[in-house]
Design a protein around this ligand. Structure first.
Ligand code: AVI
Length: 378
C-alpha cells in the first residue's frame, strides 16, 4: 500500500555542493509517446567496441522531416525536445548546467556527493545498475564508487559514440562489468546478461530528465521501469523482482526562481533554443530564421511545468521540403516542457505506476529531490 510522504520523512538532507555539470542528458526518445508495448526490432550483440560488448537495439527512427512537419503543421506548433541535443546543443546544455540561475545540476550533484553511500546501501550488494539516457554523468561515477559490489553497470543511450565513450570511462575507473546498450530507453529493449549472478536490478534516472516528459509520458515511463525490474533473470534461481528505481526530480518552488533558471541573463538557454532552428535550417535545407523569433520560458501552473517557446515576431512563411509552413505574428512554437513536482505529486505519479517511495534525499532548501522507489507489489 502506498505510504503517504511528508517532508519529515526526509532521510538525508545535503547542503548544495560545489558546481558540477552533466555533460549531456538527453530525453532521447520521442517525446510524444512513450512506447511500453513495443520491443525494438533486431537486438544484436555488436562487435566489441572500446573493448566492451555492445547490445545494439536501435528502433527504426522516424525521419527528421516527418517529425518536424508533424510538429509544425498541427494546431499548436511544437518541436520534439530531443532536437535540442546536436553537438552544439549538447555544448550549450553543458554551459546551462553551470549558470548561476540554473540551480538543478549543482544541487543534485551536491545531494549525491553527500548521500552516495546511503543510496548505494539502499540498492544493496550485487545489484545490476541500469541507467536510461546515461550520458556521461558525474553522479553515476559517484554512485558506482560508493557501491560495494555492483554486479554490472548497464548504460542505455541512443547516441552510440557518446555511450561507448562514457561506458569505457566508467569501465576504466571502476571494477565493474560494464554492458552498454545502444537503444532508445523510452521503448522496451532487451537487457544484457551479466556474467555473474545478481541479487537485484536498480534503475538510476537522475538529472530531472523525468521532467522533460509530460505527466502522462512520465507515468508510462515509470510503468515501463516496473516491468524491467520484474523481468526474469537467467542467472538467478528463484528470482524476486525486488529491485528499485532511483529518480531525481526538480521540486516546485518560487516561480521567479524557476523562470529565471530558463530565462538566464546571458541568454544561453535562448541560444540553446535558437540552435534548434539553425540545426533544422541546415539539416532540412530550409530557412527557419532565428531573427524572426523571440525566446521565452514561462511557468504554467496548470501544466506544472516551465514551458519554453519561440514566438514569431511577425507573420512569415517558410518552405520545408515543399511544404509551406506559415507563422502568424505572435504565434509560438512549443520547444520544451520542464515539469516540477512536489514530493506528494511525485509520490502520486509513482503510485499510479505501481511504485512507492522508500527513501528520499534532498538538499537543505528542498530545491531538488532524489527518491528510491520500489514496486508496491513487493
Ligand atoms: C535535461 N533537462 C532536465 C533540462 C531541464 O531543466 O528541463 C533541459 C534544459 N532546458 C533548458 N535548460 C535546461
Amino acid at each position: 500500500m502506498s505510504r503517504l510522504w511528508h517532508w519529515q520523512d526526509v532521510i538525508t538532507s545535503a547542503a548544495g555542493g560545489p558546481r558540477g555539470c552533466l555533460m549531456r542528458h538527453i530525453p532521447s526518445g520521442e517525446q510524444a509517446a512513450v512506447s511500453t508495448d513495443e520491443l525494438c526490432a533486431g537486438p544484436a550483440l555488436g562487435e566489441p567496441a572500446e573493448g566492451l560488448p555492445l547490445l545494439e537495439c536501435v528502433p527504426r527512427q522516424r525521419s527528421l522531416l516527418d517529425e518536424v512537419l508533424e510538429g509544425l503543421e498541427g494546431n499548436e506548433k511544437a518541436l520534439p525536445a530531443k532536437l535540442h541535443y546536436d553537438q552544439r546543443g549538447s555544448e550549450l546544455f553543458e554551459q546551462i548546467c553551470s549558470l548561476d540561475e540554473y540551480y538543478i545540476t549543482r544541487t543534485e550533484l551536491g545531494i549525491m556527493r553527500q548521500t552516495a553511500a546511503s543510496v548505494a546501501e539502499a540498492l544493496g550488494n550485487d545489484c545490476m545498475l541500469i541507467e536510461p539516457g546515461s550520458g556521461a554523468s558525474l553522479k553515476t561515477d559517484l554512485l558506482i564508487k560508493a557501491m560495494e559490489s555492483p554486479a554490472a553497470y548497464v548504460p542505455v543511450d541512443i547516441s552510440r559514440d557518446f555511450l561507448l565513450e562514457s561506458a569505457a570511462a566508467i569501465a576504466a575507473r571502476h571494477d565493474v562489468e560494464v554492458l552498454p546498450v545502444w537503444a532508445d530507453f523510452t521503448r522496451r529493449h532487451p537487457l544484457p546478461t551479466p556474467s555473474g549472478s545478481i541479487a537485484s536490478r536498480a534503475i538510476y534516472f537522475p538529472g530531472s530528465t523525468v521532467g522533460n516528459f509530460s505527466r502522462r509520458e512520465a507515468g508510462k515511463l515509470l510503468e515501463q521501469f516496473v516491468e524491467v525490474l520484474a523481468e526474469p533473470h537467467p542467472n538467478a534461481a528463484g528470482w524476486q523482482p525486488d529491485g528499485s528505481v532511483v529518480v531525481g526530480f526538480d521540486c516546485k518552488k518560487d516561480v521567479g526562481r524557476m523562470e529565471a533558471a530558463y530565462n538566464d541573463a546571458e541568454g544561453v538557454t535562448a541560444e540553446f533554443n535558437y540552435n534548434v532552428l539553425d540545426r533544422l535550417s541546415r539539416e532540412l535545407n530550409t530557412d527557419l530564421d532565428r531573427e524572426r523569433f523571440e525566446f521565452r520560458a514561462d511557468w504554467e501552473e496548470d501544466v506544472g511545468a516551465i514551458v519554453s517557446r519561440l514566438w514569431a515576431k511577425e507573420k512569415h512563411s517558410v518552405d520545408i521540403a515543399g511544404t509551406t509552413v506559415t507563422f502568424e505574428a505572435g504565434e509560438p512554437i512549443r520547444m520544451e516542457e520542464s515539469h516540477k513536482y512536489t514530493p506528494t505529486q511525485f509520490e502520486k505519479l509513482a503510485a499510479a505506476a505501481g511504485l512507492g517511495i522508500e527513501k528520499l534525499w534532498t538538499d537543505d532548501s528542498r530545491d531538488f529531490a532524489m527518491v528510491q522507489l520500489r514496486p508496491l507489489s513487493c
